[in-house]
Design a protein around this ligand. Structure first.
Ligand code: NAP
Length: 263
């Protein structure tokens, strides 16, 4: 059992989740790093690289490999958080996949199921179980002010017919965030959505050339640079400190002005 504030960050082996895990560890949280894959012998990239970076900086981290889309692996992660660690003060639902761009008229049912199970069903059901435990941990004075964050996307509200399933899962997570914020308000558990725009990671860098062109044109972004994983992590850090508690139920965009309606 851990007796310091603990954050569970899904998809923390790289990209945005990695940056969030490292920032929270710097802020004094013990961090449970989860990812779909985790290779113990790889200290260059992946969950063990992140754990190592946190420990080298004097922090504390644990790895629990779990495919968020599969019930048995989600249940194992929940057991690890509840029975082994014994607390989660902050849950960050970050893990997600974006399949290759494809006209929505051509996309398969299999693609639909994979994206929905990973991006929506996984985080929704994980949050349900962790939230139940948070209520109990509050009553037992184990945690003080638990918080939950959903990482969605500007695609939750900007149409994208070549990434329709992805965008729909993010829109649905937006409502999940609102429903959890509503239900958990009376329990003093605070819930937020962060909607990134274009953040430089493995997920987005496959479109590097077209995104560079877009940034150069200056039409869609009002800030002429890529977003960085640290831009998202800074906001999670503020949420973790409690700075935004009175704004529970809110969506905050980290998109360089991407979602701003423009003339
Ligand atoms: N990058 C952007 O521009 C951008 C924009 C808007 C929203 N987002 C959202 O931000 C979040 C993080 O994106 P990112 O760009 O950092 O992505 P990324 O670099 O592709 O990293 C994805 C992370 O999610 C994990 N993951 C994927 N499928 C999983 C599964 N089934 N079970 C458990 N973990 C799984 C990966 O684990 P493995 O390493 O084991 O594969 C990895 O840690 C996603 O929800 C994404 O939709 C990103």
């Amino acid at each position: 059992m851990i007796n310091k504030k603990t954050a569970l960050v899904t998809g923390a082996s790289r990209g945005i989740g990695r940056s969030i895990a490292i920032r929270l560890a710097r802020d004094g949280y013990a961090v449970i790093i989860t990812s779909k894959t985790a290779e113990p012998d790889n200290l260059e990239k992946g969950a063990f690289e992140v754990k190592n970076a946190i420990e080298q900086a004097g922090g504390e981290a644990f790895i629990c490999r779990a495919d968020i889309s599969l019930k048995e692996e989600r249940d194992r992660l929940i057991r690890f958080a509840v029975d082994t660690i014994g607390r989660v003060d902050l849950l960050v639902n970050n893990a997600g996949i974006e399949p290759p761009v494809l006209d929505m008229l051509e996309a398969s049912e299999e693609r639909f199921d994979t994206v929905v199970n990973t991006n929506l069903k996984g985080p929704y059901l994980l949050t349900q179980q962790i939230a139940k435990s948070m209520v109990k941990w509050m009553r037992d004075n184990i945690v003080e002010s638990p918080r939950i964050v959903f990482i969605t996307s500007v695609q939750a509200y900007m149409s994208s017919p070549k990434g329709s399933e992805y965008a729909m899962t993010k829109a649905a997570l937006h409502m999940a965030m609102r429903n959890f914020a509503h239900r958990l308000g009376k329990e003093n558990i605070y819930v937020f959505e962060i909607a990134p725009g274009i953040i430089y990671t493995d997920m987005s860098s496959v479109h590097e050339e077209s995104i560079n062109d877009m940034i150069e044109e200056g039409e869609k972004l009002i800030t002429n640079r890529w977003g960085r994983p640290e831009d998202v992590a800074a906001l999670v850090s503020a949420i973790a400190r409690g700075d935004l508690d009175y704004s529970t139920g809110s969506t905050i965009e980290v998109g360089g002005g991407m979602g701003l309606p423009k003339l």
